[in-house]
Design a protein around this ligand. Structure first.
Ligand code: AR6
Length: 233
């Protein structure tokens, strides 16, 4: 039950000194071997300037559909953002609670998605990247952080899978053993996902068309979660 999960998570967090503002962080102790957890950032809501309320509504709907389909096989999702002041983490937590999402298979975590293991976060061997259409390193945000943490091996491995990415779709890249992201953080797969862009300074800007934007964001999350399920099972 949601409230119990929140209360327990809060207790756990205060006892280990980490942030408890969002209250629903998945605890490592909740995860038994064989279960798989995807850590993912909020797609399109920083550099791509997508409206946060609309993004949260789409995301919570997609998580709800994911839970209906995959919770029974032990698959879990964790939305990650860098700071406890994250607007997306608070509004997604609030909507998740209002919509009655299962707190055992969805949670939030405050931290760097490239340092989950070393920072004592939830054990997630599959992480998502908010990529760009060229699948290139750099560009700031979580894309730059993931490529930096992974080293050149990730770019090489990504190139073998695809050279570009369409908005609303995702690709799975197995992280090479030589990559620090794998051998230090235990990340076996990065799933690149391209969300809708509302930033006029980036390619393929939707110029405030939120009918199309919400459709593309929904496709992006659905594709991401299906990619995750196909790797995890
Ligand atoms: N760990 C966890 N979350 C992070 C991290 C991190 N290390 N870094 C950022 N976030 P963004 P977008 C959060 O801008 O809006 C790039 O230039 C951040 O707070 O990375 O989809 C690409 O090359 C936010 O909640 O992605 C693309 O061109 C979320 O990650 C473009 O940005 C996504 O923010 C994609 O823009």
């Amino acid at each position: 039950e949601m409230r119990n999960v929140a209360a327990e998570a809060g207790k756990q967090q205060s006892s280990n000194g980490s942030d408890s503002r969002h209250g629903r962080t998945l605890r490592p102790a909740n995860l038994v071997p064989g279960e798989e957890t995807l850590a993912f950032p909020s797609i399109s809501t920083a550099d791509f300037q997508f409206d946060h309320e609309k993004a949260a509504t789409v995301l919570v709907q997609c998580i709800s559909e994911f839970q209906a389909k995959y919770a029974h096989v032990g698959l879990k999702l964790v939305l990650v953002d860098l700071t406890s002041k994250s607007h997306m983490l608070s509004i997604v937590s609030k909507k998740a609670s209002e919509e009655g999402l299962d707190g055992n298979t969805f949670g939030t975590f405050v931290g760097d998605i490239t340092k989950l293991r070393s920072s004592g976060g939830p054990p997630c061997n599959i992480i998502a990247n908010a990529a760009n259409w060229r699948l290139k390193p750099g560009g700031g945000g979580v894309n730059a952080a993931i490529y930096k943490a992974a080293g050149p091996e990730l770019e090489q491995a990504t190139k073998k899978v695809a050279s570009t990415l369409q908005a609303g779709s995702s690709i799975v890249v197995e992280v090479p053993q030589a990559s620090a992201l794998r051998n230090q953080e235990g990340v076996t797969h990065v799933i690149h996902v391209l969300g809708p862009n509302m930033n006029p300074q980036r390619p393929n800007c939707l110029s405030g068309d939120y009918v199309e934007g919400c459709k593309v964001l929904r496709n992006a999350y659905t594709s991401l979660f299906e990619s995750f399920a196909s790797v995890a099972q």
